[in-house]
Design a protein around this ligand. Sequence first.
Ligand SMILES: NC(=O)c1ccc[n+]([C@@H]2O[C@H](COP(=O)([O-])OP(=O)(O)OC[C@H]3O[C@@H](n4cnc5c(N)ncnc54)[C@H](OP(=O)(O)O)[C@@H]3O)[C@@H](O)[C@H]2O)c1
Length: 293
Amino acid sequence: MSEKKVVAVTGGKGLVGSRFVSDFSDNYDFVHLDISDPIRPVDITKLDQVMAALNNKEVSAIVHFAAYTDVTGAWKQTGDKSGLAYQVNVMGTESMVAAANELHAQFINISTAYVFDGTKEDLYTEIDTPNPIEWYGQTKALAEEVVQNQARNWVNLRIDQPYRPDAFAKVDVIHRILTSLKDGTLYPQFTDHFFGPTYIPDFAKVIDWTIRTKKTGIFHASSGESWSDYDFARAVALANGSDFDSIKKGHLTEYLKTSERPYQKNTAMSSDKLTKTLDFTLNNVSEVLKVDT
Ligand SMILES: NC(=O)c1ccc[n+]([C@@H]2O[C@H](COP(=O)([O-])OP(=O)(O)OC[C@H]3O[C@@H](n4cnc5c(N)ncnc54)[C@H](OP(=O)(O)O)[C@@H]3O)[C@@H](O)[C@H]2O)c1
C-alpha cells in the first residue's frame, strides 16, 4: 500500500493545475477529475459523477482548479445562471465542496484577485471585502462564499496572472508578451494598470504547504508584488533577449472609454499573511522572468 496522501484534483490539465500535478507527482497519489478524460470524464457540476470517481478512496484533500476562466466569455453571460461560467464556477464548486465534506477531505479552492473591484490604490489584503465588477469575478466570489459557508475544512487561495517557465497550450502573460513582441502585434502596454504576477512553480509549493500543514482560511498567494503592464513587459523582454525598446506605452483609462467590459485597474495583492507563516521563500518576480519559448 502506498504511504502517499491521496489528493483529488479538478482542472489538473489546465495552466495552473497541470504544473502542480507534475511538480508533486512523487509526493501525492493524484485522482484526476477531468471533463475531457477519454475513459472516465467527470463533469464537476454533476455530483454523481464526482462521487463515482472518488468512490472508496481515502482522499485527504481536494484541490479545486477547474473553472470557466474566459473572462470576456463570462462577461457575455452576465446574469445568466444557466450559463457555463455560473454553472462551472458556482455550481461546480458547490458539488466539489459536498464531495469534500462527504469524504472528510480538506478543500483547497483556487480563486482570483478579480473578486476585488480594482479601485484600491494599495495592495489588496485578505481583510479587504470582495466587490467584483464583472461576471467572472462575481462567479468566483460566489464560489469563495460557497467554500467558506459550506466546506468543513477549507482554504481559499487567491492568485493573479499566473505564469510558468515552460511553454504550455494555454498561453500565459509572459508567453503572450513574447509572442506578440516577435510578431510585432504587441498592443501598447498600460502604465496605469497594476497586477501581481504569480509564478506557478512557487504557487504549486504553496498548495503543497497548505496540504502538509492543514491550513485553513483565505490566503493571497501571488508574488505580493505590484507591476504595471508596461514595466512588466519591458522586464520580460529584457530577461528573454527581446526588443524592449519597441514596447509602446498605453493607458487603461483611455482604453476603457472604448470598452464595454469593465477592467479592474489594480489586482496586486499583499502576500504578507502567507509569507509570515510559509516555510519557504517565494521568488522575486524579476529573478524568474526567463521562460522557454
Ligand atoms: N489563468 C489565470 O489568469 C488565473 C488568474 C487567477 C485565478 N485563476 C484561477 O486558477 C484556476 C486555474 O486556472 P487555469 O488558468 O489553470 O485554468 P484553465 O487552464 O482554463 O483550466 C481550467 C480547467 O477546468 C476544467 N473544467 C472546466 N469545466 C469543467 C467541468 N465542468 N468539469 C470538470 N472540469 C472542468 C478544464 O478542463 P478541460 O481542459 O478538460 O476542458 C480545465 O482543465 C481557476 O480556478 C482560475 O479561476 C486563473
